[in-house]
Design a protein around this ligand. Sequence first.
Ligand SMILES: [Zn+2]
Length: 211
Amino acid sequence: MGADGRTRVRGEAMGDFFERIVDLEATEEEAGPLAERMVGRLVAEGVLIRERSREGVYSAGADEGYLPGPGWGRAVHGGAEAGWAPGPVAVVLGRRDHIAGQGEYAAEAVTCPRCGTRTVVIDYPEVPEPDDEVWRPFEEAVAVWRRTGGGSVPCPACGVSVPVAEWDFGEDFALGALAFEFWNWPPLDDGFRAEFGRWLGHRTAHHTGKF
Ligand SMILES: [Zn+2]
């Protein structure tokens, strides 16, 4: 639930939720200009308007977002539904670790891009907490990456030191310098998400979660 207990049209009992598209490849330098181009495109398509609002935005990395435009329905599965008023779309700039879900802070597993060995971090459902011994080097490297863009972690299996941004963290944890968070939109259409990725020109991650 939203911290203020707000309810929305059709959103009662659901709280405030988001869908997030993370650009996995844009550098911090590319992120700002790319975000501008994407917003321009979404405005041209009628999905967003230029006007921004803070209302209903609970992003960790942004305090406002662009309001939906008259054509927002083309972005969602099944088109616009009468009575649904989507919230703003926040553009999150800067190197961040993005996590799906609600309140989690670690990846479930890490896979070494050199040797392919997968190491479990959170052993659901046995131990619903990250294994600190496994996760700590990643947490520290992510902190370095956020500050400098560097940071690496030696693989527990093959011993090779791999840049943290190259590790595979699974579907629910992503490192990126540009993300878009759709607050309280109906489920985004698969075709729209694919198109969105083509406009970015980069690989993306897709998250859903709740505030
Ligand atoms: Zn390895």
